[in-house]
Design a protein around this ligand. Structure first.
Ligand SMILES: Cc1cc2nc3c(=O)[nH]c(=O)nc-3n(C[C@H](O)[C@H](O)[C@H](O)COP(=O)(O)O)c2cc1C
Length: 168
């Protein structure tokens, strides 16, 4: 049931060494296509990092941060292609977040581990250039994917009353 997939997905910070196959990645990106998006702009962009891109990103990150980029065998840069219209851009960032979540849920449903990370290097010009991100794209994160190594405990969740209210 979808409820179980939503509740049981966890952020994993350690992974087995086996990369996610091209076929499974394609299944996950196919799920992303179904994210809601206003005016059907399909704003999400996913770039699967190959070894050379990873090396370039590690160089841009520097020696202190680079080892953290090696935690997962498969890394996918997720970004939103923006139009320059402020309202549309805000909606496209939201739609891209939905698409990323679809990927995370799809990965979990397939028994994979995932981690949505926003490393500092992706906010730098060097980091963007390392991955060839053009102007006009907003980077939303580096999606880590791989096999599960452990089962992280669920972090505490805020009670429903703290974020839901009834309007008159
Ligand atoms: C937009 C976004 C960015 C995130 N960036 C990071 C990050 O840079 N580092 C990190 O440790 N976790 C990051 N996370 C993961 C959250 O910390 C994690 O979802 C939260 O602790 C709840 O854990 P859970 O995913 O297992 O439910 C990010 C999550 C989102 C949605």
């Amino acid at each position: 049931m979808i409820d179980d997939v939503i509740r049981a997905r966890r952020t994993h910070k350690s992974f087995g060494p086996k990369p996610v196959s091209r076929a499974v990645l394609e299944e996950l990106f196919e799920l992303a296509r179904w994210a809601p998006n206003h005016h059907r702009t399909n704003p999400w962009r996913f770039r699967v990092l190959g070894p050379q891109s990873l090396e370039r990103l590690k160089e841009a990150a520097g020696p202190a941060e680079a080892p953290k980029l090696e935690r997962a065998p498969t890394l996918v840069l997720a970004s939103a292609a923006l139009s320059g219209d402020l309202i549309q851009d805000e909606e496209d960032v939201c739609a891209t977040a939905c698409a990323i979540y679809a990927v995370l849920l799809g990965a979990h449903a397939r028994g994979l581990a995932s981690y949505w990370r926003t490393p500092r290097v992706l906010r730098t010009r060097a980091g963007r250039e390392a991955l060839g991100v053009p102007e006009g794209e907003r980077v939303l994160g580096l999606v880590h994917l791989g096999t599960r190594k452990s089962e992280p405990p669920p972090p505490e969740r805020a009670p429903i009353e703290s974020f839901v209210s009834q309007l008159p």
